[in-house]
Design a protein around this ligand. Sequence first.
Ligand SMILES: [Zn+2]
Length: 930
Amino acid sequence: MLARLLILWLVFRAVPAFAGQGPLRALDPEELSIQNFLQAVETAISTLDRQRWLDLQSSAADRDQAAEFFYAMVPQGITRVVVKERDRAALQGTLPGEGYRLIVEVFMETGARGRIATWHLDIRRPRGEDLGRQPWRIVAEERLASIEGLHRLSLQPDKQFAVKNLVLRAVDFELRMPEGEAFVAETPEGVTAMVLLGEGTMVFRPMPKEERGQLKLFAGSESLETPFTSAFVRISPFEMEQRITGDMLQLVALDARAYRRGLSVFEDSVSKSYNLDLSDLSREVWSLLPQPGDFVAEVKTRRFDDLTYARSSGEAEDVTMFHRGRKRNICAYASEQKLASRGRFYDEDDSVDYDVLDYDVDASFYPDRDWMEGKTRMKIRVNTNGIGVLTLRFADSMNVSSVMSDELGRLLFLRVRNQNSVLVNLPTPVARDFPMSITVNYSGRLIRQNILDESVSLGSADGQRNAQPDDIPTVPAEPKWLFSNRNYWYPQNQVTDFATARIRITVPTDYRVIASGITEAGSPAAAPAAPSEGSTRVIARTSYSFVAPQPVRYLGVLISRMVTVDAATVALDIVPAKAPAPDMRGADTLAQQIMRLNAAVLIPPVGARNTVVLNVEANRRQESRAREALGTGADIIRLYARLTGDVPYDSITLAMVEDEVPGGHAPGYFAMLNNPPPVAGFNWRNDPASFQGFPEFFIAHELAHQWFGQAVGWKNYHEQWLSEGFAQYFAALYAKEKRGEPAFREILRQFRKWAIEDSDQGPVYLGYRLGHIKGESRTFRALVYNKGAAVLHMLRREIGDEAFFGGIKKFYAENRFKKASTDDLRRAMELASGRDLSRFFERWIYDNGIPSLRYSTAVEGQQLVVRFEQDGDVYDVPVTVAVTYADGKTAEFIVAVNDSATEARFPLTGVIRSIDANPDGAAVAIIEKK
Ligand SMILES: [Zn+2]
C-alpha cells in the first residue's frame, strides 16, 4: 500500500478483518483446493523456485509475463513467506466454481527486513465431471500495492557503548547524559533506535507561550528540566549518524546485567511508535524507519513517570508531549519550521484526502440489544493526487462485512485497532477530483454517546452539578439512544465534513426516530418485522426517513419512545436582500418587461427563507413542557433569524427527552433537550445551578447551534469557541429579549466570574485542551463557553451595535456550510467596523491574561472625568461606569479602555451620590478604585 498508509500506521496497530472467513471453510473441499493452491504459491515463493511458479500458471497464461512478475516481486534471500487470502470474488466470464479473483497479501521476510505485497491472482480450473480434483491454475496476476521497508528491530546483544556527554536534540527538546550506557538497534541503513541508561536530564522548553502555560499546569514550571533514568529514542539512521559525534559513544565490553536492563526498556518501548501489527502475517513487532526530521523519545523520568516527546513532521501540530500514564496531551503545537510552511492557522480539512459530498445511511437499530446493522453509501471526491488508501472513521465495535465501490468494484479493507478506523485500499491509485461512491455494509453493537460538542450540560452555567437531595426518590429517565458526532455510528470522513444526506432508520414500532434532516414524504412507514432474539415472537418495525438537502457537519440520530407534540410554521422576520435591477435591454414589449421584472423580484436572496417548520417531539412525561417549548422555540428562532439574516435548515425539531442531568445536544436539523424525570417535590428550575431567572437557557443555547456549530463549523479544535461562545451569547441575547436587562446582566456576571476564575488555565484558543491535563471539564466550559460569550459582548461594546451585528451577518453569510476560524471572524468584524481588531483578538482569544484596571473619578464643573489605568499588556476593554445622583436617578456611560491610561468625560445632570464601575459585569477585568 502507499506512503500515506505508512504514516497512518506509525502509531496504529492494524488488523485485517475480512468477511466470510469462518472456521468451517477449511472443511469444504472447494475451500481445501484453494488453500492447497495458496500453499503451492507460498512454496514457490519461499523456495525462490520460478519453475514451480510457472507450473502454477494456466496454459492460457502469458508465461513470459508470469516469469517477469515472479522476478520483480520476489526478492533474493527470502527467509520466510506467508500468503493469506483477503478477498474472493467470482472471476468474470466463468461459471460458478470455475474461476475466482483472489486478493492475497504476501508477507516476505529477508532476514530482519520485511515487505508486504497485495496481489490479485485470477485462478481457474478446467471444467469437467471431476471438478473438485482439478488443481487451480493462475490465468493472470497483478501487484496492487506494497509496503516496503519494514524492520524487525532487535537490540544488538554484542554492542554496548559507554556514554560520555551525550546530547540529543529535537525541536525544543534535549536529552543530556554525562555518563551512562547505551545500546542500539540497527538496520542496514544504520542505527534507528537507542536505549540510554544512566542519570540523564530531559529538557523541554516549548516555544509558544500558551504551551509553556500548559506545561506549568502539568509540571509546575514553564520549562521542564528533569532527571531521567532511561530513555528510548527513535530517529532516522541518517540523522543518528549526524548527531552522534566525537566520543559521545565509546564501544565497551559487554556487561550482561546492563544489557538485560537495556533489553527491558527496549521491549517495553519498541512497539509504542513506528510499529505495525501484522496480525496473521507475523506475530513479531515490525517497525518503519522515522522520516528525517522525525523523532520520538520515551523517557522514564523520576518525577513525572513516562513522558513521550514526539516530532512528527507530517502533522499540523508537529511537536507533542504526552503523559502515558494518564493519557494526556500536555503540549501540542507547530514548530517554527511548521509555522513557516503552513502559516499561523490551519484547517483540519487540509490533512484529509477526500471530501464527502453525500451520505446515504440505511440502518436498523434494536434498542434492547444496542445492535445496529445496515449500510452507508458515501459519495466522495478525492482531494489529492494518486491516493491509494482511503481512511474512514467508523466505530471499532461495528463489524464491516464489505466495502464496494460503483467505480472500482469490491474493495479490500483493514480495520485499525483501537482507532475507530477502516482503511480502504484502492486497487489503482485515483486522481484528484475522481468522484467515487463507496458502500459499506456492517453490523455491531453501538454504545450511545455522551453529549459533548454542540452541547451543554448543567454545569456549563456555573460549573455545579445538579445538586439533588438524596432523600427524594427519583423516577428512572425514559431510555434514549443518541448517536451523533462522538460514537462514529456510520462510516464517515476522518474530520467533520459538510455533506448532504439521506438517513433511513428502522426501529421496533414502539420507538420513534429523529435525525438530521427533514422527514421525507411517506415516513414513517411499516417495515418488515424482525425475529426477536431468544423467542419465537416477531418484532413489528417502522422505518423513518430523513433527507438533508442543506449540508450537515455530521449526522445525528435520536431514538426513544416519543410522541409528536406539536408543529408550527414559524414566520421569519428576515428582510430579503434586494434583488438586482432587471436588465431591460431587448425587452421590447410590455409583456417581456413585466416578465423580467417578475423574474427579478422572485430571485430569492441566497440562504434566506421566510418560514421554517418547527416540530416538537417528546417523551410522554415531557409533553406539557414540550408544548411550552413550541412558543419559546419559535421566539428564539425568530430572534436568531433576525440577527443572522438566515435560518440554515428547512425544518428544526425540538426533542424534549429525559435525563438525570439537564443539558442538550444539537446536530443539524434538531436539538435534543434533557429534562429530569418527574420527581416529587423537586423542580430543577429552582436549582441554583441553572442560570437564575432564565429557564429557557438550554433551549436557547441548543437552538443557536443550528447557526453556530452546525451551519458555521470550525476549522480545527482551537476554534470551538466559535460554536460554544456564539451559542452561549445568542442564548444571553434571547434572555435579554425575553426576561429583560436584569436577567441579561445576571448572565454577564456569571460569564465574567468564570472567565476570571479559570483564565489562568489557558487561552480560549486551546479548545478541548482547557482542563484536559487536570481532567477538569468545567474549565473547558468556563472558558470556551462563558469567556467566549463574554468576549463577543466586549467586542460588541468595543465597535458598537451596528458594526457588531453587521459583522455577525457578514461572518455568518461568508461561512455558512463551511468551517470558520477566529481569523475569519476578525476580518468580518474589521470590515464591518473599519477598525483594526488584531490586538483585541490577540489578547482575548489567543492569550489568557485578565486585565487589572484602576480607576479614579473627578467632577470638573458639569463633567465627570473618569480615568482608567492598566499595567503591562494593553487590553481593549469597554467598561460601564454608572452614576447614581442624589435624587436617585442613574446614568451609565461606556469607557472604551484602549490604552495604559484612558481618560473620558461625560456630562452630569445632578449631584452625584455614588459612582460604580462595571455594574453590568460586561468587562472581564479586575477593576479597583484608586
Ligand atoms: Zn453548546
